[in-house]
Design a protein around this ligand. Structure first.
Ligand code: PGA
Length: 250
């Protein structure tokens, strides 16, 4: 049985004060969340204090990226060891905003994935197609290519106990959520692709959906056979909304 995961991607939002308030709100509501694994991914400067606040609770903390190298002259980057040092367990890798706005290639994303794994940080590996790609019917090809970059570098076993987040780019922050059927189709494709290489890895792999998921649509999406949770942007910034999604995932 795959444990449902609800992960909040706070992106570049928040302040010392709002982060404290958000964490207090989530912590207050955690008693009602018994089944889902709950992860929050704050901006890097707040990781330390969020890890401190989450300490002793069931909330796990993730970063929004991770360096592909282990240490040294990589200005602006953050290593896996540093993330572990402050208490992170997860790292979002290959988010479409990193790929599209900061030029991260499939190969770089794969190297970041590798760095996370070899240093004990669990990747939440994001993939997904743009609107243009969906309209030209290449959604599965794009997801395949993005996954293949990781498999080429690390082998399919690297996805054992892994987390993939399928995030159609056209659904991110747009309010245009994929229908449960659209999402399920791609999730089933991803699991099938992995199963062709290793059935056990495919069975254990959690595949989250991301893209305008909210309290209203979460239950139906997560109810699909191959959707094992959500990666939530906008709706993770208010404790009430985020907790409602965690509860829908129960
Ligand atoms: P959204 O973002 O929920 O605001 O669409 C999801 C994401 O980018 O991870």
């Amino acid at each position: 049985m795959r444990q449902v995961m609800v992960a909040g991607n706070w992106k570049m939002n928040g302040s010392s004060e709002s982060v404290k308030e958000l964490m207090t709100g989530i912590l207050d509501g955690m008693a009602s969340v018994t089944k889902a694994e709950v992860v929050v991914c704050p901006p890097a400067v707040y990781l330390s204090r969020v890890c401190g606040a989450a300490d002793g609770s069931a909330i796990k903390v993730g970063s929004q990226n991770i360096c592909d190298q282990d240490k040294g002259a990589f200005t602006g980057e953050i290593s896996a060891d540093m993330l572990k040092d402050v208490g992170c367990e997860y790292a979002i890798i290959g988010h479409s905003e990193r790929r599209a706005l900061y030029g991260e290639s499939d190969e770089l994303v794969a190297r970041r994935f590798a760095a996370a794994r070899r240093n004990g940080i669990k990747p939440i590996f994001c993939i997904g197609e743009t609107l243009e790609e969906r309209e030209s019917g290449v959604t599965n090809d794009v997801c395949s290519r993005q996954i293949d970059a990781v498999i080429a570098l690390e082998g399919v076993e690297a996805l054992a106990d892994g987390v993939i987040a399928y995030e159609p780019v056209w659904a991110i922050g747009t309010g245009k959520v994929a229908t449960p059927e659209q999402a399920q189709d791609v999730h089933a494709f991803i699991r099938g692709k992995i199963a062709d290489l290793n059935a056990d890895v495919a069975e254990g792999l959690r595949i989250l959906y991301g893209g305008s998921m909210n309290a209203g649509n979460a239950k139906e999406l997560i109810g699909q056979q191959d959707i094992d949770g959500g990666l939530i942007g906008g709706a993770s910034l208010k404790a009430e909304d985020f907790l409602a999604i965690c509860q829908a995932a129960e």
